[in-house]
Design a protein around this ligand. Structure first.
Ligand code: GLY
Length: 325
């Protein structure tokens, strides 16, 4: 089983939680508030522009050149602090610098705490194709500091909320309803903190058993077939205020529930329940274009095999199933 380590604690305790190291280098999202980026005292730190446009080999090479200039060796530790773009970029640099050095993720967005910062997927975009080049290699540790959520913009929190809810639709243990309550209206960050850790553990448990996504890890793609198609459609139509990834996932989950109802995989009413729950959490639930316009992207899904999609259907909250369609 793949070794995946997750800890949760305060930012001030992060340094003590790190694995033993000779020296350490921090790569952080320029938007991470300064006191958070300074949690590691005097360690050398490099700020990056952590957006999709800069999620390229150029940025990875800039990190590698910086590590070289700072004299980082094979026994150095790289700490990636930020959202999913930061952990993907810094993690990829760590995977290839001197043929691989150890790295730790400190996710500072809800989305990266429950998804991107766990499971070892690293990589970059190529032209307009997302995550086309990358490696799966596990961080030494993912250290979650829920306190960083208090400075996260509301829309980004909601984007992560969709991945959190997705996780509990895959494996519930009573957490789905608690998450809806914590996220309704003004999110209750105190109630959210243990749910973040629980969702991170659900993802870790799945990845431990299927690191390279040949089986159960595909369950984590719930809602993503439509989400990726919506993101592609909005990008190719130059939509001025496109959905965040999480917003697209929320719509994708509703679609997955509708498709499950159509095939008799779940009882009628599940899609309506998700619509109501997600609306309470400030998430959209309607496709922003005529549905048939998403079909080209759905057919191109990079996770399709032999012309068939591995689509994740929902039987009920806490019970999902993959079917080839
Ligand atoms: N974001 C889905 C995965 O890591 O497999």
């Amino acid at each position: 089983m793949t070794r995946i380590k997750i800890k949760s604690g305060s930012l001030s305790g992060a340094k003590r939680a790190l694995p033993r190291h000779r020296d350490m280098f921090i790569v952080y999202d320029r938007n991470v508030v300064l006191h958070e980026a300074k949690a590691f005292g005097k360690s050398p730190a490099m700020a990056i522009d952590a957006d999709e446009e800069h999620k390229t080999m150029d940025t990875v090479m800039a990190i590698c050149r910086w590590l070289m200039s700072m004299g980082a060796g094979r026994d150095s530790l790289l700490v990636a602090m930020g959202g999913g773009v930061t952990t993907d970029l810094a993690g990829f640099a760590a995977c290839i610098y001197k043929r691989g050095i150890r790295y730790v993720n400190i996710p500072t967005t809800l989305l990266s705490m429950v998804d991107a910062g766990i499971g070892g997927k690293t990589g970059v975009n190529v032209d307009s194709y997302k995550n086309m080049v990358g490696i799966i290699r596990q961080p030494e540790l993912t250290y979650i500091c829920p306190e960083t959520l208090s400075s996260l913009p509301a829309r980004e929190l909601r984007s992560g909320a969709a991945e959190l809810l997705k996780t509990f639709i895959i494996k519930d243990d009573g957490n789905y309803q608690k998450a809806v309550e914590a996220l309704s209206g003004t999110p209750d960050l105190t109630a959210l903190a243990p749910l973040v850790k629980a969702a991170a553990e659900v993802k870790a448990a799945i990845v431990r058993r299927d690191e390279f996504e040949t089986g159960k890890r595909r369950l984590l793609n719930l809602g993503h077939t439509y989400a990726h198609a919506i993101e592609w459609w909005e990008h190719s139509h130059g939509v001025a205020d496109p959905c965040t990834h999480g917003e697209a996932v929320a719509i994708g989950i509703v679609k997955a529930a509708e498709e499950s109802e159509k095939r008799g995989i779940c009882p009628a009413g599940l899609a309506a329940k998700f619509r109501a729950d997600f609306a309470l959490c400030g998430l959209p639930t309607e496709i922003p274009c005529p549905e048939e316009e998403l079909l080209p992207a759905i057919r191109q899904d990079k996770k399709a095999e032999e012309g068939k999609l591995n689509f994740v259907f929902i039987r009920r909250v806490g019970d999902v199933v993959i079917k080839r369609i």
